[in-house]
Write a new protein. Structure first.
Length: 267
């Protein structure tokens, strides 16, 4: 349903594929089930609006304001949301594959079960967001802020999280196979049961992180900070570290213990 007749009347015939709605004030608009493929919505104000099940494939929403908008189960594939405001927005189950979310501001956003495969989230701010069971494989999250985000069960295979801030996040049972995690901050993060096989954690900060039952097969932790990291029951097959002598070696519980990690008992 499209209902724009309240405070800011807009000709409903404009709400269509390839529409040009840039800069409009559409606060509280009901755009549920609307078709807006390839529409221009740059800098449009869509605060508190309803976009449930809307088709926005390829639309340009750069710098749009979607504060607390509801877009659950919306089709947002290939959409441009660069520098958009998504604070508190509900994007549960939405499809955002290959979307451009670089620089987007999305703290406290709800994205459980969302698909963000191949999306660009470079420099995005999504602290305390809900990304449980989301699909983020091959996404670009370089320097993104995911502090205290809920990422339990998420698919982060082959993501680029270089220099991202993921401190205090819940990554329990998440899959990060082959991810580039160089320089990432995972201080205080919960990675219980996470699959970190073949990841590059070079120079990562894992201070106080929990790696119980995590799979570190083939992972590279060279230069990583492991102070008080709980790796008691982590799988360490072919895992590499730089030991206290500065030599690159295969990790054992003893070498992790010597680097400050918590392991019981050290070998």
């Amino acid at each position: 349903m499209v209902d724009l007749a309240d405070e800011h009347p807009v000709d409903e015939s404009l709400i269509r594929s390839e529409a040009h709605l840039g800069g409009l004030e559409l606060t509280n608009a009901d755009l549920a089930d609307a078709t807006l493929t390839d529409a221009t919505l740059t800098e449009t104000v869509l605060r508190f609006c309803t976009l449930t099940r809307a088709d926005l494939r390829g639309a340009d929403l750069a710098e749009a304001d979607l504060l607390k908008a509801s877009a659950n189960n919306a089709d947002l594939r290939d959409v441009v949301l660069r520098d958009a405001i998504l604070t508190g927005a509900d994007l549960t189950g939405s499809r955002l594959a290959h979307a451009d979310l670089a620089g987007a501001h999305a703290p406290d956003a709800a994205l459980p079960e969302a698909t963000l495969a191949g999306a660009d989230l470079t420099d995005a701010v999504a602290y305390e967001s809900d990304l449980r069971n989301a699909r983020l494989e091959n996404a670009d999250l370089v320097e993104a802020n995911l502090r205290a985000a809920a990422l339990g069960g998420a698919d982060l295979g082959a993501v680029d999280l270089r220099d991202a801030y993921v401190a205090g996040a819940d990554l329990g049972n998440a899959s990060l196979v082959g991810a580039d995690l160089r320089g990432v901050s995972l201080a205080g993060a919960d990675l219980t049961g996470a699959n970190l096989a073949e990841t590059d954690l070079g120079d990562a900060d894992l201070t106080d992180a929990t790696l119980r039952k995590a799979d570190l097969t083939g992972a590279d932790l060279s230069g990583a900070t492991l102070r008080a990291t709980d790796a008691s029951t982590a799988t360490l097959r072919d895992t590499r570290v730089v030991d206290h002598r500065g030599e690159r070696v295969y990790a054992t519980k003893r070498t992790l213990h010597d680097l400050g990690a918590v392991v019981h008992p050290p070998e």
